[in-house]
Design a protein around this ligand. Sequence first.
Ligand code: ATP
Length: 586
Amino acid sequence: MKNLLALKPYLLRYKRHLGEGFFYIILTNIFAVAGPKYIGQAVDAMGRTFRIQEVVGYASIYVLFSLLSGIFLFLVRQKIIVTSRHIEYDLKNDYFNHLQKLPRSFYDQTSTGELISRGTNDLNAVRDFLGPGIMYSINTFFRLFFAIIAMVALSPTLTFFALLPAPLLSYSVYTIGRSMQKRSKSIQESYAGITNLVQENLTGIRVVKSFTREDAEVERFEKLNREYYRKNLSLGKLQALFFAMLTAMTAFSLIPVIWVGGRAVIKGEMTNGGIAQFIVYVTMLSWPIISIGWVTSIVQKAASAQARLNEIFNTPPDMHDMENPESSASEKEQCNGSLVFRNVSFHYPSEPGTTVLESISFTVEPGSKIAFAGATGSGKTTLVSLIPRLYEPASGSILFNGRDIRTIPLDQLRKKIGFVPQNNFLFSDTIEQNISYGSSDSDPQAVIDASRIAMLDDDVESFPEQYRTMLGEKGINLSGGQKQRACIARAVAWSPEILVLDDALSAVDTATEARIFDALLQKLPETTIILISHRISTVKNCDRIFVLQGGLIAENGTHDELLRQNGLYTKLHNQQLLEDEILSIA
Ligand SMILES: Nc1ncnc2c1ncn2[C@@H]1O[C@H](COP(=O)(O)OP(=O)(O)OP(=O)(O)O)[C@@H](O)[C@H]1O
């Protein structure tokens, strides 16, 4: 239950609306409970000499009170249910906002389907509590309060008999409600599984097709869908039983009232009108009594949904900036684009026992072009991911422009780094919008300039709509190489001080990759460029090349220096020369 306390700020934000809603709840109940008195008086009037005006008079008052009660009930819904929609809107925005701030390590460990399910199903359960949950619980309280006062005024004994089955009724609703809640939780889990499967399947549809796994995927989906269908049916059956049982129990609860009340009428202790009025109260109370159990299960469902949402909300956003930065005077020197790694070690948060980088130290001068080479899995991507603080080193420090990166506000740091990751992403938008994504102003000339630098301009100009060409999902209507160059253009348009290119042109042939990078190195003389590539022909013109092996810097130097060392780099170089020779013979 304490999980629901997280909703307090939202409720306080709308306290005026909620306060008005509560006031209307009191009014609707006063009129609802006052009405049946006139039914009683009309019945008594009919027992005397029948005078139509008298009966019509009572009936009119009853209709008027019912009308007023209805109008105030409408206002209650306007205030409370509408407020719950406002809070749902705020919560959804906050949820999405928070997801944007969560670190990479969080996404490494949480599936997309899970996050979608929490943002939809769980949020709906919380909304049910904020709207119907709050409204029915307060309404039940006042309905019981006013109706019981009116009933006791008529007959305390009859009130006792009328309320006798109430705890049983409430308890049954509560127990069945709990069971329904368990079933709907399991349905939600199935739903999250289906969402995940569909999302993964559609994202990887090309792999599915090329491995002709369509039938197997359909079978996997059918299995999950069957499970989901079976769980829904089982909930449906329970719901059907539940409502049939409620109707029967409400009818049964009238038996003691008619029995004891009828005897009181026969004895002359109560009038016909009195018992009629009483029966109306009992019928009127059946739903509020039932709703005690129902609201309890809504609250429980909301509490567990909110607990799942709190898990996300309580996950701290991206790394915090270090307070009281302590850098030496020389470190504070402003030199744009310089980068220093000092004894940096790292392991992924999900695998604390596996060291991925160990005691990495190097210095990159502003404007210089450096490269990381090395076998697959040697730690190249991991190393460059530490520069924009996608992950935090386990030990050691990284200095950018002479300052420890932990002391630079994250958004400022990332604004200075153009990052082109291995697995790139383009949005379903125009090429122009994709390239200017993230730049503060979308200057068409800047887009064209960036495309020229990334050698994309000729391709785009050959398209009928040029930079206005709409891209399909993830840039589906571009070739692999065009997509990669569009991503490089996007990073270049950002005018970064450091440009990090992680295997950013793997989709083009060796000669084209080398040509594009050589042009990049020349066209951006002031930008520090950090390049990762498996191809020696691409990295060979860099000022310094670092060769990684098992998370350590095994060798470093210029291309010629490394060849003279006759070590790992030379081995890679010879291997690639051999591959090229074989290819040329073939
Ligand atoms: N998100 C992750 N969680 C846990 N381990 C990871 C994660 N990403 C990478 N690793 C592991 O870290 C090691 C280094 O991976 P990394 O991607 O940095 O290598 P790489 O040199 O860039 O490889 P490649 O040339 O194939 O891109 C590998 O053993 C890999 O399995």
